[in-house]
Design a protein around this ligand. Structure first.
Ligand code: LFR
Length: 464
């Protein structure tokens, strides 16, 4: 049959991209059309996202995609989770906040004062992250004035189609979705004083959201609009004993399960149950990932007045001997934007590195991330009662051979690296399945088999 094409918009916390995806007999391809930087921007009232800049990049990228490939049949949008824009009749009431803004601390106290964390966990299944949407709402006076609240991908879809909906996988990260039914927990919203009118109708991945008016009326198809949900679609999991690490800004470490696991042990280990595509559950923990490296490199580049070359730094780091001391990559002090080398040095109890010691310092960062990955894999297996035998590492981190090898060594498990662009692939796969490219009842396993056959993994075996 003919090769068919769709457009995928994939926004990460440090960069965004627009891709053309092509699917046909034995064909599964991505062509990058646009790539643009993203990150926290500091305003008078705290850290925000520059939504208008992102929207500009998305529009330009989609226009370019259609110029290159006029046969594009649909558009799908995914991004990081939890952040939202509040809308009135005429559009946005305020620029969306960045989840790393510390106003959420107030929201945590307010929410837990009304509903204890134990009860929240039983209902929404989410690990405690101070930035879960429900805490952000509690710190945001504008919620009371809003007609509706849309998560970032839904907000962009609304600009394209005029329709206000909440895609279900991303809605599961708000803290207001019932983990067991997949529906809004209206009783919880009421107990927290969040008006139910701000919670839009839910749609599932694969459903058409509406027609993109400025793009020749091609449909916007809902995908796993939470980037991690899309990434897990494209992990070529071979069995239920295969774990994944979706590694970009964050390292999302866990397993796919059929039903939420909300035991006391899972709560104590701070494991989350996020909604996946086709009703699967992503049972995982957020480990601080490449954020530690990107923020470190950003600080050094600012200090030097010239960009630090990350690939060269990692090559030099690989030539160092293994570090004696590590730090806890999960430490709460590393969450905020700002001078990362100083904060890591403080955890290590040593001075900040001189320029000639930067490679060794980068090595400590990579090994500390790998150590947290290994620890979290062990916990995931224990909590789910599974004997993990393989780890798939997807996302940008799959390009970091030092990190992949260190994860294999520290976990004692083979690491299968790739695909690097798992998120965009998952986005493309869900759209093209909805368009009928894989047959009417193609399962996630069918889609993953296609990924495995087209994108061979790079294998890292543990060294003793
Ligand atoms: C990864 C991710 C994580 C989410 C964090 C904040 O990009 O979406 O899954 O916990 O960003 O939204």
């Amino acid at each position: 049959g003919a090769v068919r094409a769709v457009a995928a918009v994939d926004l990460g916390a440090t960069s965004g991209r627009v891709m053309i995806g092509r699917v046909g007999q034995g064909v599964l391809e991505l062509e990058q059309v646009a790539r643009f930087p993203n990150g926290p921007v500091e305003r008078e009232d705290g850290w925000h996202w520059d939504l208008e800049a992102l929207w500009g990049h998305v529009q330009a990228g989609l226009a370019e995609a259609l110029r290159r490939e006029p046969n594009i049949e649909s558009v799908g949008i995914d991004s990081w989770a939890v952040d939202y824009g509040l809308l009135g009749a005429d559009g946005l009431l305020a620029e969306p906040f960045h989840y790393r803004d510390d106003r959420t601390a107030r929201g945590v106290d307010a929410v837990h004062g009304l509903v204890p964390f134990e009860e929240l966990y039983r209902r929404n299944g989410l690990q405690f992250l101070s930035f879960n949407t429900v805490y952000q709402y509690a710190a945001d006076a504008l919620v009371a004035e809003a007609e509706t609240s849309l998560l970032i991908p839904d907000l962009l879809a609304e600009r394209l189609t005029g329709r206000r909906v909440a895609e279900r996988t991303n809605a599961s990260t708000t803290g207001l979705l019932d983990a067991h039914t997949g529906e809004w927990d209206l009783a919880l919203a009421e107990a927290l004083g969040i008006p139910s009118r701000v919670l839009p109708p839910l749609v599932d991945p694969g459903e058409t959201v509406g027609l993109a008016r400025g793009l020749g009326d091609i449909p916007v198809i809902a995908v796993g609009s939470h980037d991690t949900a899309s990434a897990i679609v494209a992990v070529p999991l071979s069995s239920s004993n295969a774990a994944y690490i979706s590694c970009g800004t964050w390292g999302l470490v866990g397993l796919e399960v059929a039903e939420p696991i909300v035991t006391d042990a899972a709560r104590a280990a701070n494991f989350t149950n996020e909604g996946g595509v086709d009703g699967r559950v992503r049972f995982l923990h957020n480990v601080t990932g490449l954020w530690l490296l990107s923020e470190t490199v950003r600080a050094w580049s600012e200090r030097d007045g010239a960009p630090v070359d990350l690939p060269a730094l990692l090559a030099a780091a690989a030539a160092q001997s293994a570090p004696a001391r590590l730090f806890d990559a999960d430490d709460a002090s590393l969450a905020a934007p700002g001078d990362m080398p100083a904060r890591i040095a403080a955890l290590l109890g040593m001075p900040e590195p001189d320029v000639e010691d930067r490679a060794a310092f980068a090595r400590v960062i990579v090994e500390s991330i790998a150590d947290a990955f290994a620890r979290t894999l062990r916990t995931a297996g224990e909590l789910a009662g599974r004997e993990i035998d393989t780890v798939h590492l997807v996302g940008g981190g799959a390009l970091n051979a030092l990190l992949c090898q260190a994860t294999a060594d520290r976990s004692g498990l083979p690491v299968l690296a790739g695909p690097v662009e798992a998120t965009a692939l998952g986005n493309v796969l869900v759209q093209t399945r909805a368009l009928g490219c894989f047959g009417a009842d193609a399962s996630l396993e069918d889609l993953r088999a296609r990924v495995a056959s087209v994108f061979p993994a790079v294998r890292f075996d543990p060294r003793s």
